[in-house]
Design a protein around this ligand. Structure first.
Ligand code: C2E
Ligand code: CA
Ligand code: CA
Length: 678
């Protein structure tokens, strides 16, 4: 048995026993009451108590637990009995009611005895307060309300409520292995409004009962109304704070609890808290190929596994999609945080069986620690997010945040907010770099390269903001913008008799976007540009990040007639066998090999074998970053198909390129060439 279970059993046992003892004492003790002559009233109220207990309103509670134990309408009537007929009658009536309800609901015996115990103790608590505060121990005697009665009545109500809710709060926290103090506090807060109203009705019930028994059923109406509306608002509140699919807290609740957790974390030197952000690898793939239904069922399995792989008082939440988060209040060391992340990953890695399908999912986890990486939850979440991306990118499973790998240093953060508006305000412009055919001498292609015209910093090169855009989700609107611009430009040129295919660079996020082919098709249609006038450049590592998915984006694009090239070839770790299966037409040999090939035999060999291998695979080759005539001559000898680089032309604004184009073609076409590198 786990430690938590033992505590729960001990608690349930003691409440049952204590409650039973309290019941005995109440029954044997003196009964201060005016029950004499009011037996019909007491019987009627007992009936109402039973009814109230049989029609409880179950409120969904924290983390998907649906344990009842809430104070039902029965308590208003039981409390009225307490006032009229004393604790023994109230305890017996309430005990009878809960016993009937538990039998009816086929509750396990220990749950029933626990409920009996809980109610007995609550009644006893209220009775003690009455005995203590009221000199005669008889309230509302004869159905008259005296001023002396008010304080004991209110105090007794409060005592009943506090004892009952605390007992409930403890049992729920123990069952969920959550913090007991927090459980009790949550229970008190969440029930205060409803229970206060219900218990407050008790004196009215007494007065009505004494004066006219027939009116009692009418009292049920407002009680029911109170309950219905209270239930509706509580449910709404709980829904708003929990993820419907897994029952786990959502981001809002996670933030609240984590803030609380950090406030109460240990303060001694070296103590820290950890935020773990978990993202499932390949979940989107499963969701897209097998459908949302399967995706949802899978997430339902993932939730409990994450929950079950950490301690009960750690906070586990689902942020939506396939993103989960954990807050751990006291962690002794970064190593321990990594170890916990390892446990979570192990728990996730076991195969899932969803509707007879065996599925495998792994998680990437980013970890940020307080106070080292931030002292407020939002900073921690953001840094855990950075670490999570690092984990994904490096395939390392879980990663601790390290500041030097964070693209969000301060300068970059201001850049980031600027970039957002730059995209909206069209402060991004495209330069076009031509590519020439070695044989025909024609310039048939240009590559679109984005630049940012920053009001203060001037022209910002893409290497300074593309990685930033990739991290922040801005890459999607950026790519959209570049595609639209480039397609529009090519269409405009074509309308004016300048036939140039324009190539656009794609980031990994764009390549994972299954909707990309549709949008490209739409843009081409809008601009009235044939697909063969568009090329897309992707890097090897972009494809290898998720080859199956990449293929599902690339194939429809290729089918449409869009030309696909592998950019920066030679820098990645791609398998040739895999490249063969891709619908690509072209390899662009990375600049680093070109600039080294005339001095390094090794690089020359790489370039030569790349060109040969490409030929065998029926692919064309482009040498990028060609800067010297020597490089150009060597490449021509090797049979490379296209050349691109400063030797031919730097990337130019569209209008400048138009002007330079005839001259470039003239220089290029006849041998021997005379380069006029700018
Ligand atoms: P890339 O696709 O490899 O682009 C070639 C880069 O090399 C360009 O830098 C270009 O100006 C530069 N270059 C061209 N010829 C020469 C040469 O002879 N010598 C030298 N030293 N450099 C040369 P740029 O424009 O700064 O672009 C850098 C990278 O930014 C690009 O590398 C590409 O990966 C990325 N990028 C540019 N525009 C976009 C875009 O619209 N979307 C995405 N996702 N990435 C882009
Ligand atoms: Ca490129
Ligand atoms: Ca390149």
């Amino acid at each position: 048995m786990r430690r938590g279970d033992r505590a729960l059993h001990a608690y349930v046992g003691s409440v049952s026993l204590l409650g039973f003892a309290a019941l005995l004492v109440m029954m044997l003790g003196p009964s201060a009451s005016f029950v004499e002559g009011h037996l019909p009233q007491v019987l009627m109220l007992t009936a109402c108590t039973v009814l109230g207990e049989l029609r409880p309103v179950r409120l969904a509670r924290r983390e998907g637990a649906n344990s009842g134990g809430s104070v039902t309408t029965s308590t208003a009537f039981a409390f009225a009995i307490l006032v009229m007929a004393g604790p023994a009658a109230a305890a017996v009536s309430l005990g009878l009611a809960t016993l009937i309800a538990d039998l009816h609901g086929r509750k396990r015996w220990y749950k029933a005895t626990y409920n009996l115990g809980q109610y007995s103790l609550s009644v006893a608590g209220a009775a003690l307060v009455i005995a203590w505060l009221s000199p005669t121990a008889v309230l509302l005697d004869g159905g008259r309300v005296r001023t002396d009665d008010v304080v004991p009545l209110v105090a007794a109500c409060a005592a009943f409520f506090v004892v009952n809710s605390s007992l409930v709060g403890v049992v729920i926290s123990l069952a969920q292995r959550a913090s007991v103090l927090r459980g009790v506090r949550d229970e008190l807060l969440s029930q205060a409004a409803v229970d206060g109203l219900l218990l407050g009705l008790a004196p009215v019930v007494v007065v009505v009962a004494v004066h006219n028994l027939a009116l009692i059923p009418f009292l049920l109406l407002p009680v029911a109304a109170i309950y219905m509306s209270a239930r509706a608002s509580l449910e709404k509140e709980l829904q708003a704070l929990h993820d419907a699919l897994t029952g786990l807290p959502n981001r809002t609740l996670f933030r609240d609890r984590a803030i609380e957790g950090m406030a109460t974390a240990r303060l001694d030197a070296g103590a820290m808290s950890a935020v773990l952000l978990i993202d499932l690898d390949r979940f989107k793939e499963i969701n897209d190929t097998l459908g949302h239904h399967i995706g949802d069922l899978l997430l339902k399995e993932v939730g409990p596994r994450v929950r079950g792989s950490v301690r009960g008082d750690d906070i586990v939440a689902r942020f939506g999609g396939d993103e989960f988060a954990i807050f751990i209040r006291d962690v002794e060391s970064p190593e321990l945080a990594l170890q916990i992340a390892g446990q979570v990953r192990t728990a996730l890695a076991d195969p899932y069986v969803v509707e007879d399908l065996q599925l495998h999912v792994e998680g990437s986890i980013g970890i940020a620690l307080a106070p080292d990486h931030g002292t407020d939850i939002d900073t921690l979440l953001q840094r855990a997010d950075v670490a999570m991306y690092m984990a994904k990118e490096t395939h390392s499973g879980s990663r601790l945040y390290t500041p030097d790998t964070d693209p969000n240093s301060r300068r970059r953060l201001t850049l980031l907010s600027d970039l957002r508006s730059a995209i909206e305000n069209h402060h991004l412009i495209l330069h076009y770099q031509p590519k020439a055919d070695f044989r025909s001498g024609r310039i048939s292609d240009v590559e679109a390269l984005v630049r940012w015209v920053h009001p203060e910093l001037g022209l910002v090169p893409p290497n300074d903001f593309i990685p930033l855009a990739e991290r922040s989700g801005l890459i999607a609107p950026l790519t959209e913008y570049v595609l639209k611009e480039a397609i529009g430009r090519a269409a405009d040129w074509r309308a004016r008799g300048i036939d140039l295919r324009v190539a656009v660079n794609l980031s990994v996020r764009s390549l994972m976007d299954l909707d990309l082919p549709n949008r490209v098709a739409e843009m081409l249609l809008d601009a009235d540009l044939p697909a063969s006038f568009l090329a897309l450049e992707i890097t090897e590592s972009t494809v290898m990040a998720d080859p199956v998915r990449a293929m599902r984006v690339l194939q429809p694009l290729a089918d449409m007639g869009v030309r696909l090239s592998i950019d920066d070839f030679g820098t990645g770790y791609s398998s040739l066998a895999y490249l063969r299966q891709l619908p690509i037409s072209e390899l662009k040999i990375d600049r680093s090999f070109i600039s080294a090939m005339t001095t390094s035999e090794n690089d020359a060999v790489i370039v030569r074998s790349t060109v040969e291998m490409a030929k065998n695979l029926g692919l064309e080759t482009v040498a990028e970053g060609v800067e010297t005539p020597e490089e150009e001559a060597a490449l021509e000898r090797l049979g490379c198909d296209y050349l691109q680089g400063y030797l031919l032309s730097r990337p130019l604004p569209a209008d400048e390129l138009e002007v330079a184009l005839p001259e470039l073609e003239r220089i290029w076409a006849p041998h021997p060439r005379q380069w006029s590198a700018p």
